[in-house]
Design a protein. Structure first.
Length: 200
């Protein structure tokens, strides 16, 4: 069994924000796989099904982003799963808008939701799919903290949202490939420069 969770903030005011693209990915994947997130468990909306022959639990934490670990860690325990059975989908400022990257483990990279999960699990050894949202003023990496917060909590422009929708579709395809083909094959496909260039 795999636990697949997208990160975001609960509440209507955040639903369309850049920071919530992880939620969008989980919602899309759930709909595509005919899984309803219609149960509550460990402070999360969850749904269960089988994808590519693998039992999965999809989750959308009801905690705020900075406390994602307060939902994800108890879910893993209740499902009797290890960190190696976890896949997390989340937004990444350091990837250009629309790009995705799969990693088998690693640091939080400054993402507070990931910091919370790593701290709660006491482990970095879980799969993650990073979905690029770009940075405010991409040519200025030294954006202030306030500018970054306002940016991630802001909404995509209509043009940006068209690219974001493609990224959500790609993240869903990557999840399916991880389950059906394995992590290495999925990484070879979705982390390649040629694949990333498919999204403008």
């Amino acid at each position: 069994m795999k636990l697949i969770t997208g990160l975001g903030n609960p509440g209507r005011e955040y639903s369309a924000s850049r920071h919530n693209i992880g939620f969008r990915c989980i919602n899309y994947f759930a709909k595509d796989c005919d899984i309803r997130l219609d149960h509550r468990k460990a402070k999360a909306r969850v749904g269960q099904g089988v994808v590519a022959g693998i039992p999965v639990v999809l989750a959308r934490p009801g905690t705020f982003m900075n406390h994602s670990g307060d939902s994800v860690a108890p879910l893993l325990r209740q499902l009797d799963l290890s960190p190696q059975d976890l896949i997390v989908v989340y937004d990444d400022l350091d990837l250009p808008l629309g790009r995705i990257r799969i990693r088998p483990s690693g640091s939080a990279g400054g993402h507070r939701g990931m910091k919370s999960i790593i701290r709660a699990l006491d482990s970095r050894d879980f799969t993650r799919i990073r979905v690029g949202i770009g940075r405010p003023d991409a040519g200025t990496p030294s954006s202030t903290t306030l500018e970054v917060v306002e940016y991630v909590l802001g909404r995509f422009s209509s043009e940006e949202d068209n690219v974001a929708k493609q990224a959500v579709t790609q993240a869903s395809a990557a999840l399916y490939d991880i389950l059906s083909e394995g992590l290495d094959k999925a990484m070879n496909r979705f982390n390649s420069p040629q694949h990333g260039d498919e999204i403008p």
